[in-house]
Design a protein around this ligand. Structure first.
Ligand code: NAD
Length: 420
């Protein structure tokens, strides 16, 4: 199989590319590329009809040099150890590039939630929290939502952990409902950081988002919020999609109205007078800004040569294969990488964790202001490093910053020989 089909190999390739700009011996590179530990378990649960079922579950703790391990839990039939390792590694460098005091982790359970009742989902989630309880804790490893998990699952994990530990510990997970210790602004945070990253990049090119045309793949949590906020900034969202297809209207689509339509019908397709398109047509549409915010590996090297957007801001994790990155670099298409652009989610998760520890709630304005500062500071640093060290790819510049922060913490902990 080509490396692009292996997310963990793709991550290692990105790290190797960035490591060329970092003061690191070649035999030290394994520290960056392999997880500290990987846990695997078989969860047994009782189904509603009284029979027993078993599902495979994973938790990868990739690197904890900068703080407690942090990362979501994914429920999907395609979850596999390679993907969980890759996503755990991405979390290390995502937290580091926006300078959060967290390491990186990821969890996954191999099953299709649609095949299970709500009671059964609760049993699976509680079994996961029970099995991995010794690893978890507000100072150890802090899960969060990912694909097919959300506030409901996080509330169950918190409750399971608190019952087993005979304590209250809201900071053991983030992404909880507000009433269970969640944070204002968490739901919108990732779409908001994608929008901030797009705005900053346009500013750098002395271009305005006012009137810029935008394509958004994946009209879910991240995509719908980014589309709505970009529309608020005066951009014209001309095409959006979900897994059922894309819609296109050159005069502009009202994202808030599409959101209402999708909530009623379950799809964006069929909205108003917009034309129906395919997801491939969306990704190659002639727009100023493309935001892939659905799933990974949607643009490979072949499709990359047909991309017409000037700028790509990654909402999803890993939407471009490394080979696509090379093609887009050659064609001077600027890419703002996932580890910075979609870091809004983990940033507000960090604010949630801080509020849980303080036992104090921040206002939504305070959250959004702090998020704005975190993302713009990280963006400015990425541009500075890219210019000062002549690193053409913003992804590589972002990884260089993140790698150096992780290595410094490892050196200070005595886990790496002293450099410099
Ligand atoms: P979501 O489930 O709310 O939305 C995903 C959307 O993508 C849905 O509209 C779905 O129909 C669509 N989709 C799925 N497969 C598709 C395909 N093959 N082609 C086109 N559309 C497709 O998920 P989300 O929370 O918005 O996350 C989207 C992406 O962003 C994921 O890659 C996720 O890992 C990443 N991400 C999310 C967050 C967050 O805070 N939600 C944070 C960081 C990264």
């Amino acid at each position: 199989m080509p490396p692009d089909d292996h997310p963990f190999e793709s991550l290692r390739e990105q790290l190797d590319t960035a490591a060329r700009y970092v003061d690191i011996e070649s035999d030290e590179r394994a520290m960056l590329k392999y997880p500290e530990r990987m846990h695997e378990a078989t969860l047994t649960l009782e189904l509603d009809d009284g029979s027993l079922d078993q599902v495979r579950a994973y938790r990868v703790q990739f690197n904890g040099a900068r703080g407690p391990y942090k990362g979501g839990i994914r429920y999907h039939p395609a979850v596999d150890p390679d993907e969980v390792r890759a996503l755990a590694g991405l979390m290390v460098y995502k937290c580091a590039v926006v300078d959060l005091p967290f390491g990186g982790a990821k969890g996954g359970v191999v099953f299709d939630p649609q095949d299970y009742s709500e009671r059964e989902l609760e049993r699976i989630t509680r079994a996961y929290a029970t099995e991995f309880r010794p690893l978890l804790g507000a100072d150890r490893d802090i899960p969060a939502p990912d694909i097919n998990t959300g506030q409901r699952e996080m509330n169950w994990i918190k409750d399971t952990y608190e019952c087993l530990e005979n304590t209250t510990a809201p900071g053991v997970v983030t992404g909880k409902a507000i009433e269970s210790g969640g944070s204002e602004g968490r739901v919108e945070a990732t779409g908001r950081s994608v929008t901030i990253a797009a705005r900053e990049l346009f500013d750098r090119f002395d271009r305005s988002l006012e009137g810029a045309t935008v394509a958004v793949q994946g009209f879910g949590n991240v995509g719908s919020v980014a589309a709505t906020l970009l529309d608020d900034l005066g951009a014209t969202v001309v095409t959006v999609s979900d897994s059922t297809g894309a819609i296109f209207d050159p005069t502009g689509i009202d994202p808030a109205d599409v959101d209402r339509f999708k909530a009623e019908t379950g799809t964006v397709v069929g909205y108003g007078d917009a034309d129906e398109r395919t997801n491939t047509e969306l990704l190659t549409a002639d727009v100023d800004l493309l935001i892939p915010a659905a799933v990974g590996n949607v643009i490979d090297d072949e499709l990359a040569s047909d991309v017409q957007a000037d700028v790509i801001v990654e909402g999803a994790n890993g939407p471009l294969t490394p080979a696509a990155d090379d093609v887009l670099d050659d064609r001077d298409v600027v890419v703002v990488p996932d580890i910075l652009a979609n870091a809004g989610g983990v940033t507000v998760s960090y604010f949630e964790w801080v509020q849980n520890r303080q036992r104090f709630s921040w206002s939504e304005d305070r959250i959004n202001d702090a998020l704005e500062t975190t993302i713009t500071d990280a963006f400015d640093e990425m541009i500075r490093v890219s210019e000062d060290r002549e690193i053409p790819s913003l992804r590589t510049a972002a990884f260089v910053i993140a790698i150096e922060r992780v290595l410094t913490a490892m050196e200070q902990a005595g886990k790496r020989a002293k450099h410099g």
